[in-house]
Design a protein around this ligand. Structure first.
Ligand code: ACO
Length: 432
């Protein structure tokens, strides 16, 4: 709390509201007492100006293109860490020591299997089910298969067995959903492989075509998951916090986050980008036609992969994703016409007044799909990959919310009602 106050005048009466300051100097008007003091509420559709909580996890400055987890720049983490090291950081607040990381790695291996009865569930989803619906369902059912998990009270370094198990098992669920989708036998997790290698092996190993884990792919996957690991109060994280605020356990809360991520304006954008690139290519690569559509106010079409609610400059994650994309393509000598098309689109859009004036830059999803394609991951799994990456952030926010008396309050926005104020009941026989 600062000594500053904000003054608000309603009907000639001046109210003083406290001003709170973030550790990086941004100010916020604290309206927690507003309704008690004034009888008024605030209206903020889309929560464009609403801070829903005080958080210590991730710092984002959309004007300057800064993203930091627990104070560390995203570029440093992506360059130097493996994914579960960053997961540990998000969950505990500190990077692990060598020994702590070894324990965490051991637990990722130890908890990788899922209950055998859960495997029958995969058989009963209709063919071509969305891997996102399978993922959210299976994560929800963990609550029933591991009921004791929500109750354990034995955290090491702030990480409970519950969270370690969820982080580990989600990979297995994701890979199994893919295997079922393509009709291949399931590949169980291996005790000798680390987090990302194990996932790639479960995805791509086949009885007659053994998979050789490619270090470049492992490194790229580690980086891309790190870039997605948290992004403060976005739509899915807010969903996790909101559902969790009702007292729902970790699994139902994370399941809600997965569903919120699914939409094309959020995590589903990586699928939408690939589909758009394929459409434009099939249409003869006519970029201008699609740019004109994006600019037409009467056409709901948008360029997926461009724009962001908070970034008003280049998304720092997009810069790194683009580099990873080029590294993979050149190291593996992969020619992908969709990458050339994506670069051409970015080039055109970066010079177009419509996009410049609205601060519409590529976001993290613009190039990520091209990397996933190079890894052999099918388009319908892209948003699942995002969920794997975002999981530590969701869990960290769920924990933070539960450990804080103030933010543990049930999330319950108000509304400005503009329907009919009141009218007398009309009996059925008298209604026209
Ligand atoms: N293509 C064309 N025009 C766009 C785009 C786009 N991708 N994004 C925004 N605009 C335009 C809007 O039409 C609007 O124009 P107007 O002022 O003339 O009406 C203006 O830019 C502002 O857009 P809003 O929708 O008000 O911005 P908002 O902050 O609500 O939306 C969002 C952000 C949802 C990300 C939006 O930019 C979008 O739809 N982008 C495409 C989907 C996408 O890539 N989503 C992934 C986001 S990153 C993530 O979740 C991981």
């Amino acid at each position: 709390m600062t000594s500053e106050t904000a003054q608000l005048t309603i009907d000639g009466v001046v109210y003083e509201l406290p001003v709170v300051e973030s550790s990086t100097g941004e100010k916020a008007v604290d309206i927690r007492s507003l309704r008690n003091q004034t009888g008024c509420i605030t209206l903020d559709s889309g929560y464009m100006n609403t801070g829903s909580c005080i958080s210590n996890i991730t710092y984002l400055d959309g004007e300057r293109g800064i993203l930091r987890y627990r104070g560390y720049d995203i570029a440093d983490l992506a360059k130097n860490c493996i994914f579960i090291e960053v997961a540990y950081l998000l969950l505990t607040g500190e990077l692990p020591t060598y020994d702590e990381l070894e324990v965490f790695k051991r637990d990722m291996r130890r908890y990788a299997l899922i209950h055998e009865d859960m495997i029958h569930f995969f058989d009963h989803f209709p063919p071509n089910s969305s891997p996102m619906s399978i993922l959210s369902t299976m994560v929800g059912t963990l609550h029933d298969f591991y009921p004791e998990m929500d109750l354990d009270e034995d955290p090491y370094g702030g990480i409970t067995t519950t969270t370690a198990r969820l982080l580990s098992k989600i990979r297995t669920i994701a890979a199994f959903s893919y295997k079922k989708n393509v009709g291949h036998p399931l590949v169980y997790p291996r005790v000798d492989l680390n987090y990302c290698s194990n996932f790639l092996n479960m995805m791509f190993d086949r009885p007659i075509m053994p998979y050789n884990v490619e270090p470049l792919m492992v490194s790229a996957l580690n980086k891309i998951l790190i870039l997605h690991a948290d992004h403060e109060q976005n739509c899915s994280t807010s969903a996790v916090r909101l559902v969790g605020s009702s007292g729902a356990g970790l699994y139902p809360s994370i399941s809600a986050g997965i569903n919120a991520l699914w939409g094309p304006l959020h995590g589903g954008a990586n699928v939408a980008v690939l589909r758009l690139l394929e459409t434009i290519r099939a249409d003869g690569g006519t970029i201008d036609k699609y740019i004109a559509r994006a600019k037409n106010p009467d056409d709901p079409f948008r360029f997926s992969g461009f724009g962001h609610r908070v970034y008003k400059t280049y998304d720092p994650r997009a810069t790194i994703v683009k580099e990873i994309c080029h590294d993979i393509m050149s190291s593996l000598e992969i020619q992908d016409p969709l990458l050339d098309l994506a670069m051409e689109i970015e080039e055109k859009i970066s010079k177009d007044e419509y996009f410049i004036s609205r601060n519409l830059y590529p976001n993290v999803d613009f190039y990520s799909g091209i990397i996933y394609r190079a890894m052999g991951i099918p388009t319908n799994m892209f948003t699942v990959m995002f969920a794997l990456g975002r999981l530590p952030g969701w869990i960290a926010h769920w924990q933070e919310m539960n450990n804080n008396k103030e933010s543990r309050r049930i999330g319950r926005p108000r509304q400005v009602y503009q329907g009919v104020a009141h009218r007398p009941y009309v009996a059925l026989e008298r209604r026209q």
